[in-house]
Write a protein that binds this ligand. Structure first.
Ligand code: ADP
Ligand code: TPW
Length: 596
């Protein structure tokens, strides 16, 4: 038996395996012997059996044939230009669908390129599986210098929820089942699956192969909260004078949209969405306190976190942001160890969000008193003031554009097309877009998440288009776009309905820095002035446009969204417009020190 099965051979094995069903049971020995399957097919069959229909990846030894065969067997294979982008796409697909997104890479360097995305998925609680081909165990373990040799399993472990290696074809079904369950059960996250090259060409009897596969039952079982914890949370909520609900991306992931809306509306409690929870209820909802964020965080007396962590994005639940007003927290989370991670949580509610929110709704009863008008009235007043102030800035009709002028028009287009997906990264481009561009439907916004990582843009945009079929608007800082910009070719190749708007202000944060030494090298934060990002899209047959006014930007964006054509709008932004680090200047060591 050869160790490498050529694709034609592998296909033949499959064909024989497929036709095996048609052959009479108990057929002659010679015929039975031919009913073989191999590692390639078992991997594909195991994924398909579990309703996984898409692979995001990049081919090469030893997984090239796996990508070809997967496509031949009806899976969608989205082939990228860099594994990190394929990995980010898999993670976003996991977030949007609750099924683990699959990223497939070659060994060592391909694996490492995918690792950033695996780590980012784990940090953000997105289910994904990084499947990498690897070199031969015997050679790797003796460090004899195999092609792309690396101990990938151990390298992956610190960056994911679980890591598995499969050595025998008959264990592929179990390996994939364990990977799926690890990715989506409890707190979702990234899983690494190591498949050594030799595994793919191992053959086994087709019927035994089929029998070895596992259809994972109930991969993310509901987890009901204990009744006494529900009663405790409700009691705290009932006694609150200034209650607040904080919705995080865990709430968006949970797909308990109707229950969450019912809880917010029946209790009458004001809510704040974290950035990827925007649209869970429309941002224009009367109870949204987003436009009075600082006020509600400082003044609330009881805060209920729903799928949100008290990490740096919420100032760890303490300090100036949270004001002098003493606070009590209720926290709904599937992970019990999240509780008390930063401040004491008076009423933890451990379970899946759908079950916890339903239990709260059941317990509310008829006599529920909505929060005092003093509280909701004070919030409404601040909201009105801030929204009126913002509305004026959004009308800015200057050229080159500032952030408000450009985002004012994008805001209108998203309002017209609330079904469109929005992807967002950058510093100023991120911070302004998050507060200016209203979202109207759940899980329409994908961004840099818990790490504030640059480079998610094109991977997320591709996954958004592939999993939803909706138009995608990627709002990108020019630096941010550079991390994954080569994937415009991927977008053109698959003809995806993605419109990228590059906020071109000639650099990281802004484009005005000078080299402090007086030397000829440009400053570390500046780029080529007046760069034509639009030409990157026309190079591959898509639409490329430069927009210098909000009107031009609006026209180009509306056209792109309507046509679904791959488009890149080079939006010329005033190079003085941004601020260093956007809204997190306080985390920048020198600036923070000099500010004190
Ligand atoms: P954000 O950045 O929006 O504040 P985080 O990523 O910090 O959100 O928090 C998401 C939280 O949601 C995590 O602590 C995670 O354990 C939790 N979570 C994810 N899915 C579920 C679910 N289905 N049920 C309950 N909690 C969940
Ligand atoms: C993987 C650090 C944070 S924001 C940013 C960088 C490089 C780019 C900001 O410039 P951009 O946006 O995109 O032009 P704008 O609107 O302010 O002009 N490497 C990684 N992640 C992060 N977060 C960085 C570097 C960073």
């Amino acid at each position: 038996m050869s160790t490498v099965i050529e694709p034609s051979q592998a296909s033949r094995a499959a064909a024989v395996a497929a036709s095996g069903a048609a052959l009479a049971e108990g057929a002659a020995g010679a015929e039975q012997e031919q009913q073989l399957t191999d590692g390639f097919h078992l991997v594909i069959d195991a994924l398909k059996l579990n309703d996984i229909d898409t692979i995001y990846g990049l081919p090469g030894i030893p997984i090239t044939d796996l990508t070809r065969l997967a496509q031949a067997e009806g899976m969608r294979v989205i082939s990228f230009r860099h594994e990190q982008n394929a990995g980010h796409a898999a993670a976003a697909a996991g977030f949007l669908t609750q099924k683990p997104g699959i990223c497939l890479t070659v060994s060592a360097p391909g694996f490492l390129n995918g690792l950033t995305a695996l780590a980012n998925a784990t940090v953000n609680c997105f289910p994904m599986i990084l499947i990498s081909g690897s070199s031969e165990r015997e050679i790797v373990d003796l460090q004899q210098g195999d092609y792309e040799e690396m101990d990938q399993l151990n390298a992956a472990k610190p960056f994911c929820k679980a890591a598995f290696r499969v050595l025998h074809a008959q264990d592929i079904g179990i390996g994939i089942a364990r990977a799926i369950r690890a990715a989506v059960s409890g707190r979702p996250g990234g899983v690494y699956l190591d498949l050594p090259a030799k595994l793919f060409s191992q053959t086994m009897e087709a019927a035994a192969g089929r029998a070895s596969l596992i259809k994972v039952q109930d991969p993310a079982p509901r987890q009901l909260p204990a009744p006494d914890t529900v009663a405790r949370a409700l009691e705290l909520l009932k006694g609150a004078k200034r209650p607040l609900i904080l919705l995080g991306k865990g709430a968006a992931y949970a797909q308990a949209d109707a229950e969450i809306r019912a809880l917010v509306e029946r209790t009458g409690i004001p809510y704040l969405p974290m950035s990827m929870a925007k649209g869970l209820l429309p941002d224009t909802h009367a109870q949204s306190a987003a436009a009075a964020r600082s006020y509600v965080l400082a003044e609330a007396d009881v805060v209920m976190l729903v799928g949100a962590r008290l990490n740096w994005l919420l100032s760890h639940g303490k300090g100036k942001t949270w004001g002098a007003q003493p606070k009590k927290f209720i926290q709904i989370d599937i992970s019990p160890t999240e509780i008390d991670s930063n401040v004491p949580i008076s009423a933890p509610l451990i379970g899946d969000i759908g079950s916890c929110v339903s239990a709260l709704l059941d317990g509310i009863g008829a006599g529920w008193q909505k929060p005092p008008a003093e509280w909701t009235g004070a919030i409404a007043q601040r909201k009105d003031k801030n929204l009126t102030k913002m509305a004026q800035t959004l009308e800015a009709n200057v050229s080159p554009m500032n952030f408000h002028g450009a985002l004012g028009v994008i805001r209108k287009v998203v309002q017209e097309r609330p079904d469109a997906m929005v992807v967002n990264e950058g510093a100023n481009t991120l911070d302004f877009a998050r507060s200016i561009v209203d979202m109207y439907e759940p899980r329409k916004r994908l961004d840099v998440g818990t790490w504030g990582v640059m480079g998610i843009g094109m991977g997320f945009a591709v996954a958004a288009a592939v999993t939803t079929g909706k138009p995608v608007i990627a709002i990108e800082g020019d630096s941010a776009f550079g991390f994954s910009g080569m994937e415009v070719e991927t977008i053109c190749r698959y003809q995806l309905p993605v419109c990228i708007v590059v906020f071109n202000n000639n650099g990281v944060y802004k484009g005005t820095d000078r080299n402090a030494s007086g030397g000829e090298d440009p400053a570390p934060t500046v780029f080529v002035k007046g760069a034509r990002y639009d030409l990157m899209m026309t190079a591959f047959g898509g639409e490329g446009i430069t927009a210098t006014t909000p009107e031009e930007l609006g026209r180009a964006l509306r056209e792109a969204v309507a046509s679904g054509r791959p488009t890149l709008i080079n939006a010329v932004i005033d190079e003085t417009a941004g601020t260093e680090s956007g809204r997190i200047t306080n985390l920048n060591p020198t600036r923070a020190a000099t500010k004190k």
